[in-house]
Design a protein. Sequence first.
Length: 85
Amino acid sequence: MQPLDHKKLQLVFAPKDCPTFSDIIDRVLSDPALSQARARDMVSGLRRVSKALGRSSADVPADPKWLQPRLQKIAPAALGLTPKS
């Protein structure tokens, strides 16, 4: 019997067709309407949230219903984030 991977198990609560942060990062980087600075800032934010959740961007569904309860458990100060960040 294999041990349960709790991170993978949580993904069953996200819609099957939901893009991941990795998919969104690819879209942002390939969007010609965004300046390089804006795209860089957006990608940085997505990666920061992924890191705060302890997951790779490929393992974070871009689904508000999935994200909200997990983000509520994060204390920004514990991650070294300032109010500006």
